[in-house]
Design a protein around this ligand. Sequence first.
Ligand SMILES: [Zn+2]
Length: 222
Amino acid sequence: MLKIQTVFVDRDGTLGGNGHFIHPRDFELFPSSLKALQLLKENGVKIFALTNQHNISKGLATESDFHKEFESYGFDAAYICPHEPEDGCECHKPQPGMLQKAAAEYELDLTHCAVIGDVGSTDMLAAAAVGAKRILVETGWGKQSLEKYRHKWYEQASPDFVGSITLNRETRINCFTEKIVQYMKVRAIPQGVALKSCRYNQCGDPFHPQIKLPRIDSVSSL
Ligand SMILES: [Zn+2]
């Protein structure tokens, strides 16, 4: 069984906002995000922010603005790429530079870490490049990543877990990250086993989020 050491969490579209740039002073979290982060910490998992913020290079915000924001949410560390995608830096996701830097600074085994994000072609590809577990959320760009943009990433970096951050209709309290935490805590992630949603394998696992994955034959890009 695999004990998760650190979870890297994307910001826009994953923790809140809408998947586009929002200045830290205006950023709004999803209702369950803070609770989810807290649960991870309570379970002995470190939480590191992992975000592309190319508007820093345009002068629209500073790295310090973002560091303060992540600190206020309880993050243990934050990795922020301030560059434009065209700059060719090693940190802009899907490049795995920020993950590798974190691994060096905190002596992490990245195969014992997970990346949570909403964009397959950045978050999931970066995670796959270093062998980290991959959790795609359906908020932000998540659904479009699974459907319209699936061809850009899915084959190389299919997620180990797909979750929705929206509240469970019956209980009104569950969110995907709680389920992930429960999963990590109670079951841990079996090594070498790709977790699929219960829709895929009909496993009946109560911790699997009820999600609607597109049927393969309904995805036009395939
Ligand atoms: Zn960069």
